[in-house]
Design a protein around this ligand. Structure first.
Ligand code: ADP
Ligand code: MG
Length: 683
């Protein structure tokens, strides 16, 4: 299809008027006209604009003249004809009153589909880049939040004696463009941009409109709806690619599976057994002789399609080998997918580690299976998933289902997420993604998910995509799109593996806990630590509401002199271990905080004391408080934990975990986790 051209401004404006977006009244005149009588209907001052196929940035080409009287039009047009060689016609329109100039745009992102952008427009667009993004369709609260998130929000709300702009009209405009049934549904995006929209106390007007249609994208094939239970809990597993003579990847996984205890069969062209596991000649033979629900294929990439072609009867095949799309061999990957389709099997990977599910004896990690639990993880990186499993279990996580998808050539994160949404074993989900393949599908699966979810995205560059003809295109970056996805889908977005684990630990502990109240109370020793705690929570976007006044007397009675949130309260080797619980209980009787974050300085227990008992006693007191205050979410921060002798932190963790309290080693980590729980915890 040939490259499409910009639609003339007046044509776009007619569409806008139809869609309920206010545009200036105007008339269109032929390029050689001498008769401007038609403009007599319009109210001065007037604006003269030229339009034509090459005219994209009109001001730069001298194709906009503002502030004209009707009698001045002929001369202004004559001058414009001299400056602008191939003009196709003139638009004469009324000049809108000055106000706040905004940009409103639409683009179709290759992964996420139609996206709405709104921000500060006019001459400020490029310099300040003060914009907000949302995936279409946007809701009215989305539209309001977009505007509120701008640095320029005070300009809209009225500042320095200026009255507020008509916010309701602005929200209506955003919805007409990007809301349900909005223009985004009818346009061929391409790019679409209103810059500026002029907002005043009396309303909004789109005074410029630009629309570059593009060929519609190819229809996406939506993922299937497999039952993934046999993937996670296979009756038997076949391993293709273990060697009878030398250790390979296949052998390593065979060992992991043997340790896990799942029924196993090896596929080997000659050997009767491989590392003590009975072998058959081919995958089809394995499928016939055992209840194989899952086959792991670890042979060189070129040989994978022929192995997968023999998988008829095996519902899931995992191709561990790399050397496909990620190595520039898209053709080989297509061949692999075709082989899987022909065999009627679903393909996991290629280029992935596999599945981990203690209750299904599924694994790809050494060191044995951890305890079965309620946390699921979908990861596009196998290595990272292995780390999250091992480090997470060390920190008390227990997994329901972990699945790595690698190149996601067939089974996608979105499809797995839809299945996990109905999985009774799973109460919270973590995702590590680099390129989800079909971002829109993933977004919809996230929105449909009714349990807490945390998202870590690798390779989120802050760079805008190559700008075509509009600012809008250049202002849309991967990072900002993921922020929009998280915001609109109610997912927590974190920036490190550590925070991914930390947030999952919070979800595991508290997702099922119905909580009263709102806001966070932070309590622990040291003025400096309290000040820094306030900063850490602020950075995580969590508000620390002031304490209720009427509890001051009672706190003084308990021996707490300072009064604030964070609340400075002595915790140490010589203090009462139940002082903090008593203080918290007194406060919660007056005002329900949803979260209580208790912190201790572990170092003090061993500098001013020499036995861990006082620290344990504090942990037990906090655990008891969680028991008596089940509708408040307790979190413990063990600052300076490295000062404790070996084993002490583990014991504190054990006591806390038994009471359903997550433990963090830094205030920052706790703040991120509590923030994630704020919007996404149990209802
Ligand atoms: P460009 O193609 O250069 O973006 P515009 O149509 O946006 O051309 O016009 C340039 C500037 O002129 C706008 O940013 C706006 O400030 C002003 N302008 C254009 N049309 C009008 C109008 N009808 N009323 C008020 N101001 C206008
Ligand atoms: Mg413009």
């Amino acid at each position: 299809m040939s490259a499409q051209e910009h639609v003339h401004e007046h044509v776009v404006k007619a569409m806008l008027r139809e869609a309920g977006v206010p545009v200036p009244r105007g008339v269109v005149l032929p390029p050689d006209t001498r008769d401007f009588g038609a403009a007599g209907e319009l109210t001065e001052p007037l604006v003269l604009k030229a339009f034509g196929p090459q005219l994209v940035h009109k001001s730069e080409a001298g194709a906009v003249t503002l502030g004209l009287r009707a009698t001045e039009l002929p001369r202004a047009a004559a001058r414009m004809r001299e400056r602008v060689p191939h003009l196709a016609g003139f638009l004469v329109e009324e000049q809108a009153a000055a106000g706040v100039e905004l940009i409103v745009g639409l683009v179709r992102d290759a992964a996420f589909g139609p996206v709405l952008l709104a921000g500060l427009g006019g001459v400020w667009t490029e310099t300040l880049r003060d914009t907000a993004l949302r995936l279409c369709p946007v809701s009215e609260p989305d539209a309001r939040r977009m505007l509120a998130s701008l640095r320029a929000a005070p300009l809209l709300a009225g500042s320095r004696g200026r009255p507020p702009v008509d916010l309701a009209a602005l929200v209506k405009l955003l919805l007409a463009v990007g809301g349900p049934g909005g223009l985004w549904e009818r346009l061929e995006l391409g790019e679409f941009e209103l810059n500026p929209v002029i907002a005043t106390p009396d309303g909004v007007t789109a005074v410029d409109a630009r629309y570059l249609p593009a060929a519609p994208p190819p229809p996406v094939t939506r993922g299937g709806t497999a039952d993934f239970l046999p993937l996670f809990e296979p009756r038997a597993v076949a391993v293709v690619g273990a060697s009878a003579t030398r250790p390979t990847f296949g052998n390593m996984f065979l060992d992991f599976y043997r340790a896990a205890g799942v029924p196993l069969v090896a596929v080997h062209p000659k050997a009767e057994e491989v590392a003590g596991v009975p072998a058959v000649r081919s995958l089809s033979e394995a499928a016939e002789t055992a209840d194989v629900d899952y086959a792991l294929v670890a042979v060189p990439a070129e040989r994978c399609p022929e192995v997968v072609a023999q998988a008829a009867g095996v519902p899931f095949v995992q191709v561990m080998s790399g050397g496909f799309g990620e190595a520039g061999r898209a053709g080989l990957e297509d061949e692999l997918v075709a082989a899987a389709r022909a065999a009627g099997t679903r393909l996991l990977g290629p280029n992935c580690m596999g599945v981990y599910c203690p209750r299904g004896r599924q694994t790809f990690v050494g060191g044995g299976l951890g305890p079965p639990g309620s946390v699921a993880l979908i990861s596009q990186s196998g290595g990272l998933a292995g780390e999250v499993i091992k480090v997470g279990e060390r920190r008390g996580l227990a997994f329901s289902r972990v699945v790595t998808v690698g190149n996601a050539a067939d089974v996608t994160p979105a499809e797995l997420l839809r299945w996990l949404a109905r999985d009774e074993e799973t109460r919270a989900v973590g995702l590590y993604l680099e390129d989800p393949r079909d971002g829109r599908e993933l977004y919809e699966a996230l929105r449909a998910l009714d349990r807490p979810v945390v998202l870590l995205v690798g390779g989120r560059t802050g760079q805008g995509r190559a700008a075509a003809a509009s600012h809008t295109g250049g202002l849309v970056s991967d990072r900002r799109l993921w922020e929009a996805v998280a915001e609109q889908a109610g997912a927590a977005l974190v920036t490190s593996q550590d925070d991914l684990i930390g947030v999952l630990a919070y979800f595991q502990a508290h997702a099922a806990r119905p909580a009263d109240g709102d806001g966070v109370l932070v309590v622990g020793p040291s003025g400096g630590a309290s000040v820094l705690a306030a900063d850490a929570f602020d950075a995580a976007g969590v508000r620390l509401d002031p304490l209720p006044e009427d509890v001051a007397g009672e706190l003084r009675g308990l021996g707490v002199a300072a009064f604030g949130n964070p609340l400075e309260a002595p915790v140490g080797p010589r203090g009462r271990p139940d002082l903090v619980p008593a203080v918290v209980a007194a406060i919660l009787r007056v005002r329900a905080y949803r979260d209580v974050v208790a912190h201790v300085n572990v170092q003090a227990f061993f500098t001013y004391g020499d036995a861990p008992e006082a620290l344990y006693a504090y942990a037990h007191a906090l655990a008891a408080a969680q028991g008596t205050l089940p509708r408040t979410r307790f979190t413990l921060v063990t600052r300076n934990g490295e000062c404790a002798p070996p084993g002490v932190e583990d014991e504190v963790r054990r006591v806390a975990a038994a009471a359903g309290i997550p433990v963090y080693r830094s205030m920052e980590a706790a703040a991120v986790a509590v923030a994630a729980g704020g919007d996404h915890g149990a209802a």
